[in-house]
Design a protein around this ligand. Sequence first.
Ligand SMILES: [Zn+2]
Length: 415
Amino acid sequence: VHAARAFARTRWLQMRLRSRADVERHQNAGLTRLARDLQAHIPFYQGLDGPGAWPVVDKAALLADFPRFNRAGIAVEEIRAALAAGTDHVRGHSVGQSTGTSGNRGFYVVSDAERFVWLGTLLAKALPDALWRRHRVALALPGLSSLYRSANSGSRIALGFFDLADGVEAWADDLARFDPDTIVAPPKVLRRLAERGQLRATTIFSGAEVLDPADRALIEAATGRRVREIYMATEGLFGVGCRFGTLHLAEDVVRFEWEAVAGSGLRIPIVTDFTRRAQAMVRYRMNDLIALEDRPCPCGSPLQAVRQIEGRSDDLFELAGADGRARMVTPDVLRNAVLDADPRITDYRLVQTGPGTIEVHLAEALGGSADAAVRAALERLVARLGAAPVAVEVKSGIAVPFDRKLRRVIRDWQP
Ligand SMILES: [Zn+2]
C-alpha cells in the first residue's frame, strides 16, 4: 500500500513539477513540514530554529550522537546487536548498516512504511509506464531486507531478488529463468553478466556503486543498450536516470546543497531528505564527488542533471607538493591517466598507500608494456600537478569483490 501510494505520488509530482520554480516551491513546503516534525520528534533538532539553524553533519557527527538523530532513540550498539542476532528490526523499526569497512560503516533506521515508499518512489522514476505495462524487475542490491522479499508487490510489477553476497555465478541461471525486462544491479554485476552473455533485460539500471565509464562502455557494447543510473546509498535515494540516460537528482524528495572541491569542478552534495521521519537526514554531507550537467535534458525534467558521479571524497589522493602545499587529486583525473596509458586497460585498481606511494593493479594478461605506460602516465600527472615525485608500484591481478563495494580508486592512508 505504501509502495503504491509513493508510486502514485511520485508520478503526480512528475506531472506537477514543470519548472525550477515549481521544484523550489515544493522543496520549501517540504522543509517547513520537516522543521515542524524535527522540533517535535528528533532530539538533536529541538531548540534549533528552522532550516537556517541546522548545522551540516557528516557521518562522524551522526555516529557520535546517533540516538538523538532518530525518533526511537535507537543506538548504534542496538543495531549491531540486532544484526548479529539475525534480525533487522529494533523496537518496531527497520535497521541496517552499509557494507563499508568496519571503521567506516554507516547505520540507518527507517520505518517499514518508509522502506516501501523508497521502493515505490524508485519504481515510479525507473518504470513510469508500470501503471499500464507489466514489468519483471530483477533487483541485485545490497541491503534489501527480508521485508521486500515477503512483500506482495502488486500485480503489475513482479520483483525478483538476487543476493549479491552469493556472487553472480550462483544465481545467473535463476536470473535467466526469471527472465526480467528490467534489472537493477551494481555495475560490476552488470559487467560480469554482460561478459557471460547473460544480460538480456531491455532496461538496465546501474546502482549502489560508482558507474565507471569503462564499465559503461563495456556493458553498452555487449548489450547494445543504454545503461541508466540509480544514485542511491545507505542514506537514501538520490537520483534516477531518465529514458535519455540522464541521471536526474531526486529533488522531489531531497534538497541538495553543494560544497565545491577546489580546482576540480567537482562538488560534494549536502542532502536534506524532507520525506523521511524515522531518522533525520538533514544537511548531511555525503561522501561523493559529483560533476553536474549544465545543459537541460531533452526529457524536459526540471530536476538537476548529473554528468558523472566520480567517486568518493575520502578517496581523493593527497600528494605532497614540491612547494610543501598538499595537492588533492580527484578520482576522475587518476582514472583517465590510467585508462589513457594503454587502450587495452579496461579494469584497474589505484591505491594511495602513503604520502608518496601509489599502488596500481592491472590485469595479468597485459604484461610489462602496460605496466611501464601506467607508471610513466602517473609520474607525468604528478609532475604536472607540481607534486613531489611518487613511487609507483604496479601489481598484476585484479579481484572483483561481490560481498562489498567495488572501489577502483582508494586512498588507504590518512594524511
Ligand atoms: Zn532527462
